[in-house]
Design a protein around this ligand. Structure first.
Ligand code: AMP
Ligand code: ZN
Length: 115
């Protein structure tokens, strides 16, 4: 599925729900998390609807690499200088609430709300 009309993050990709964008290209969108766990907290998502890491195949390896490598660039641009954290939650026991694959990238001075 390319776009799921009931998916929150597909709606963000489509511009139907506003977001504070920090990066966009043909494959990827990055925006600030609405309830940040850390002083800087962005979500990096594929524009195409992929529900979770459990749905990832060989075909998504390059996309995941691109998403992962974008994290450090965004942290630098957003002024994070002392380290950051990449997190992907998968499924109910993994704590995934939004069923559209997203990479959390968090940084900034501690203490943080979570983690
Ligand atoms: P997860 O528990 O890994 O599925 O994380 C979902 C994340 O999406 C949470 O950190 C939420 O704060 C964030 N979130 C939910 N709705 C929005 C939204 N409209 N804009 C930005 N972030 C959101
Ligand atoms: Zn989606």
């Amino acid at each position: 599925m390319t776009h799921d009309p009931n998916c929150l993050f597909c709606k963000i990709v489509a511009g139907q729900i506003p977001s504070k964008k920090v990066y966009e290209d043909e494959d990827i969108l990055a925006f600030h998390d609405i309830h940040p766990w850390a002083p800087v907290h962005v979500l990096i998502i594929p524009k195409r609807h992929i529900a979770s890491m459990a749905d990832v195949t060989e075909a998504e390896v390059a996309l995941l690499g691109k998403m992962t490598a974008l994290g450090p660039k965004l942290m630098k641009e957003l002024g994070v200088t002392n380290g950051f954290r990449h997190v992907i939650n998968t499924g109910p026991d993994g704590g995934q609430e939004v069923l559209h694959l997203h990479l959390h990238v968090m940084g900034g001075p501690r203490p943080w709300l979570k983690g």
